[in-house]
Design a protein around this ligand. Structure first.
Ligand code: PMP
Length: 392
């Protein structure tokens, strides 16, 4: 079954494979076969996934609560840890309330259809994450896609749809594949001017941007001005799951109406305990965020010197564009052979002609890890495998 389709994918260099890891998620990991590689593609930005405090929190909660909840949240799947975590997230984000989802994918595909339906219009950035795109599709609202970060285009679309019943603007805060940041002040202004509601996906912003790691709103000094803030617990926080933070009424509505929340077995309480431990560490170990940004500067400066870093990348996500999927695959194989794990990111994760190596730095990388990575990119550049250009 599907052999022909798979062959077709292979001809287009679009078959995806996985590398099994057999160690903890550090800056270096052991691959199946025993090879040690530098991880240059993980969203474990603060290095919390292997932190002793998270391990301890999980062990203690496992002892007390066991593993699975055996039911969805609204049946018998809510533990006191779920409620503690929701309160903790609300206080972290400075909102009245928060709700926890099983993943960011589940949050976006659940929340967006709860907020927009037939007769409404969703205005969505062209480079929003796939889970937002799928949430828009599930909602049956009309989706108007504006060019990436193009506020003039967004305003045109808002004008065009000003008589629709409701307007929801959705944007990644930090764009997952390009590492640039949404123009939040303009988004807030336009939402106000056209009576639209604004939702920001802080998957790659939580723990990473803002002075205290609170995300996009804090980064722009606009806490309190984004009514719907979604974020994930499985990236910088090193745990698993996701959240939506906002006012009490909004969260109560989502709790009643988000189908991925209502109809899915709830997150194991041990993971709630891990997420709470991680939120503490974001405050208690600020050196992690400082070190993350130092590492980011080191890698970004090196890639810029090589001429392979596109303008716009402002965060620890630093994309190196290869162009075709074939070139991206060649680059990824070369990197792996040289001890660096950073797979080829190809369509449909990124637009056609912009296949890339999406590098990410972590707080726990050493200078040597980064310099070693840069020297391999230097070779790739010399071999003509990376030119830093998109293919038209
Ligand atoms: N939103 C964005 C912007 C993401 O990058 C991701 C994960 N790649 C998600 C949502 C989904 O989050 P999760 O991995 O928790 O399902």
């Amino acid at each position: 079954m599907f052999e022909e389709e798979l062959n077709e994918l292979a001809e287009q260099h679009l078959v995806r494979t996985e590398s099994a890891i057999r160690s903890a998620q550090g800056p270096r990991v052991l691959l199946d076969g025993g090879k040690e590689v530098i991880v240059l593609c993980s969203n474990n930005y603060l290095g919390l996934a292997e932190h002793p405090a998270l391990r301890r929190a999980v062990r203690d909660a496992l002892e007390r609560y066991g593993l699975g909840m055996g039911a969805s949240r609204l049946v018998s799947g809510t533990s006191e840890l779920h409620e503690d975590l929701e309160r903790r997230i609300a206080s972290f984000k400075g909102t009245e309330a928060a709700i926890v989802f099983n993943s960011g994918y589940a949050a976006n595909t659940g929340v967006i259809p709860a907020l927009a339906a037939e007769g409404d219009v969703i205005l969505s950035d062209a480079l929003n994450h796939a889970s937002i795109i799928d949430g828009c599709r599930l909602s049956r609202a009309r989706t108007a896609v504006y060019r990436h970060r193009d506020m003039g285009h967004l305003e045109e679309l808002l004008q065009e749809h000003r008589t629709s019943r409701r307007r929801l603007i959705v944007s990644d805060g930090v764009f997952s594949m390009d590492g640039d940041i949404a123009p939040l002040p303009d988004l807030v202004t336009l939402a106000g001017r056209y009576g639209a509601t604004l939702m920001i996906d802080d998957a790659h912003a939580t723990g990473v941007i803002g002075r205290k790691g609170r995300g996009t709103a804090e980064h722009f000094g606009m806490s309190g001005e984004v009514p719907i803030q979604m974020g994930t617990l499985g990236k910088a926080l090193g745990s698993f799951g996701a959240y939506v933070a906002g006012d009490r009424g909004l969260i109560a509505w989502i709790r009643n109406r988000a189908r991925s929340y209502v109809f899915s077995t709830s997150l194991p309480p041990a993971l709630c305990a891990a997420s709470m431990a991680a939120l503490e560490l974001v405050d208690q170990e600020p050196w992690r965020r400082e070190r993350l940004w130092q590492n980011r500067t080191r890698l970004a400066n090196g890639l810029t010197a090589l001429g392979v870093l596109p303008a716009g990348a402002e965060t620890p996500i630093l994309p190196v564009i290869a162009g075709s999927s074939e070139r991206a695959l060649t680059a990824a194989h070369w990197l792996l052979r040289e001890g660096i794990l950073a797979p080829a990111i190809r369509p449909p994760s990124v637009p056609e002609g912009s296949a890339r190596i999406r590098t990410t730095v972590m707080a726990t990388h050493s200078d040597r890890d980064i310099d070693r990575s840069l020297s391999v990119f230097h070779h790739l550049k010399e071999e003509g495998i990376l030119n830093g250009q998109r293919q038209s």
